[in-house]
Ligand binder design. Structure first.
Ligand code: 48H
Length: 260
C-alpha cells in the first residue's frame, strides 16, 4: 500500500472506531465550553463513558476570546482548586482580594487536554440538531456535520444513544429549548420552559450559575451558561469560576446516578 493510502485508511478506520464506540454512551454532552470540559474530565476520571459533541472546529467555547478579545479571564478563589487540578497558571489581582487573572488560551487548551487525556472523547465540527425521545424518556442525541448544518444541505443525521444528556450549549440552552419545543417536555422551572438570562450582575450570576446547575427533566441536565439561562440568572461577563464550578457540580450529580 502506498503511504498516501496508509495515512487515509488509518484515519478512516481509527475515526470510525472512535465514533462507533461513542454511539452508546453513559453521558452525551452537547457543547465543549469550560463547564462541559470540566464535567467531562471529572466524569471520565470516575469511569463514566462520556463524549462531547461540539459544533465548532475548536472546542473551548467562549474561553478563547477572554474579555472583548483581550485574551485574559478572571477566576475567583473558590475555583482556583480546579485551575490547579488542570495545571493552569494564575496570578492574583492587586487590590481585588480573592480574584485572579489567567491566560484564556492556556485555560482553553488545558481544559480540552484535561478532558481528552482523562478519557472523554470530543467530536468537533459536529452539531446536535435534535434529541432522541422515546416513551416519554430522553434517550440520546441526533447529530450531523456542522458544514451540513451551515450549508443547509438536505442530509439525514445519525443518532447517539445515552442514558444521560447534558446541555452545555452556553447562552442559547439549545437542547433544553429543543426538549420543550419538540418533545413538549416540562422542565423543572417556574414555567416549565427556559426562563431566559438576565443582564449583567457579576456576583449574583456566578452564584446562580452553580445553583442552577441541575437535572431539569429526568436524564436531562444543564451546566454553565445554559443552566443559568434556563433558570433566569444574571450574566457575569469574562469571569469563569462559576462555569468550572458548575461543571464540577454536574459531574458529581451525574456520577451519583451511575453509583460512582
Ligand atoms: C453542538 C453546540 C450546540 C449544538 C452550542 O458558551 P460556552 O463557552 O459554554 P459554558 O456555559 O461552559 O461557558 C459560558 C462562557 O463561555 C460564557 O459565555 C460566559 C461566561 N459568558 C458570560 C457573559 O456575560 O456573556 O460553550 C458552549 C459551546 C460552544 O462551543 C458552542 O459551539 C457549542 O456549545 N454548541 N455544539 N451542537 N447544538 N450549541
Amino acid at each position: 500500500m502506498s503511504i498516501e493510502n496508509v495515512i487515509s485508511s488509518a484515519i478512516v478506520r481509527s475515526f470510525s472506531a472512535k465514533l462507533e464506540d461513542a454511539l452508546n454512551l453513559d453521558v452525551a454532552i452537547v457543547g465543549a465550553g469550560p463547564s462541559a470540559l470540566v464535567a467531562a474530565r471529572d466524569l471520565a476520571l470516575k469511569g463514566v463513558k462520556v463524549a462531547i459533541f461540539e459544533r465548532k472546529l475548536a472546542p473551548g467555547g467562549g474561553t478563547w476570546g477572554g474579555g472583548m478579545l483581550f485574551n485574559e479571564v478572571v477566576v475567583q478563589d473558590s475555583a482556583v482548586g480546579i485551575l490547579d487540578s488542570f495545571k493552569i497558571h494564575h496570578k492574583p489581582i492587586a487590590g481585588a482580594d480573592g480574584y485572579h487573572t489567567l491566560d484564556s488560551v492556556e485555560m482553553a487548551s488545558a481544559l480540552i487536554y484535561g478532558a481528552v487525556s482523562a478519557g472523554a472523547k470530543i467530536f468537533n465540527s459536529i452539531s446536535v440538531e435534535d434529541i432522541v425521545f422515546k416513551n416519554g424518556k430522553v434517550n440520546g442525541l441526533v447529530i450531523n456535520w456542522t458544514p451540513v448544518e451551515r450549508l443547509g444541505m438536505h442530509v439525514d443525521p445519525l443518532t447517539v444513544i445515552s442514558e444521560v444528556l447534558l446541555d452545555g450549549t452556553g447562552h442559547p440552552s439549545e437542547i433544553l429549548h429543543l426538549a420543550t419545543e419538540k418533545a413538549q417536555i416540562r422542565l423543572d422551572t417556574e414555567t416549565g420552559k427556559v426562563l431566559g438570562e438576565k443582564p449583567m450582575w457579576v456576583d449574583s450570576g456566578e452564584e446562580s450559575t452553580v445553583e442552577n446547575t441541575r437535572e431539569y427533566f429526568p436524564g436531562l441536565f444543564a451546566c454553565g451558561m445554559s443552566a443559568n439561562n434556563t433558570a433566569g440568572g444574571y450574566r457575569m461577563g469574562p469571569i469563569f469560576g462559576g462555569m468550572m464550578l458548575s461543571g464540577e457540580k454536574v459531574a458529581k450529580l451525574i456520577a451519583q446516578r451511575f453509583g460512582k
